[in-house]
Design a protein around this ligand. Sequence first.
Ligand SMILES: Nc1ncnc2c1ncn2[C@@H]1O[C@H](COP(=O)(O)OP(=O)(O)OP(=O)(O)O)[C@@H](O)[C@H]1O
Length: 300
Amino acid sequence: MSDERQAPRRITLIANPVAGGDALAKIHQAREALAARGDQVELRLTGARGDAARFAREAKSGDLDLLVAAGGDGTLNEVINGLAPSALPLAFIPLGTTNVFALEAGIPFDIPGACRVALDGVATPVSLGLAGETRFLLMAGAGFDAEVVRRVDLRLKRRLGKLAYVVSALRVFFGPPFPMIEVELDDGSLLSGHTVVIGNGRLYGGRFSLTPGASLTDDVFEVCLLQKPGHWSLLHALLRMVLHLPLEPAGARLFKARALTVRGAGVAVQIDGDDHGELPMSFRVVSGELVLVMPAPRSS
Ligand SMILES: Nc1ncnc2c1ncn2[C@@H]1O[C@H](COP(=O)(O)OP(=O)(O)OP(=O)(O)O)[C@@H](O)[C@H]1O
């Protein structure tokens, strides 16, 4: 946001000191960078799951000009769930393991760069997804990908970062076959498959994209449903994803939807890369509930 006023802005920085392994030094660097122009910065460090959402709820009822979340996509998701619906602009400093939102939005991975975007970026209304009653920004998934998230060893994640997901993916891949799930669209039509990714944003698991037609600024999901059962089809789809090729030849169906219900007993659900229980669950897009600070478009 461009700062045309003389008065110092009131900023709260909610930060996860264990994001990406150890982020404390970077958090203090961010606090200094955010305060460098004389703005008032209050730092709130999370101590456990749930703190970020609580701090965001408290910040919302205060008299702030800007809220900044620093951590991984999990911390961002918590802050959004504490904050929305709100018109208070939310900026983000990526310190996590994968940082899909920062990749999607083009937020720099260095602290000075991310803080510049937080202070000078463009306040942009975005849409959110609802998974049951919980909001998500990037994506929700059920089936193979959510089972990988559910089974990831968190201690291994602290040590190995993204590689912990590869270890989990191999375990799930060589485990029992995945049950089929049923997707009901809002016109009542039914589709079946074994894994579904509901994209509010374009990117997935890094720079990969299962929902290339999704955008954070429109009010519709793009949905990728892997329909063809069997390990070879799944391997085919994963290879095409890694090679940035369209997934339809591997038995995927892509479509747009504003609301859908997914059923499948015991099948895992993830939102924004974190475990979120099991099916059945309803998903829908909501708009007008969140304003994110994005990098200013480059003038050509
Ligand atoms: N002090 C803390 N100790 C342990 N866990 C925490 C702490 N603060 C936050 N958490 C929880 O850790 C989880 C993951 O954090 P976060 O998303 O910031 O980083 P990450 O897991 O390294 O990155 P990513 O989400 O990109 O995988 C969040 O769900 C959050 O609730």
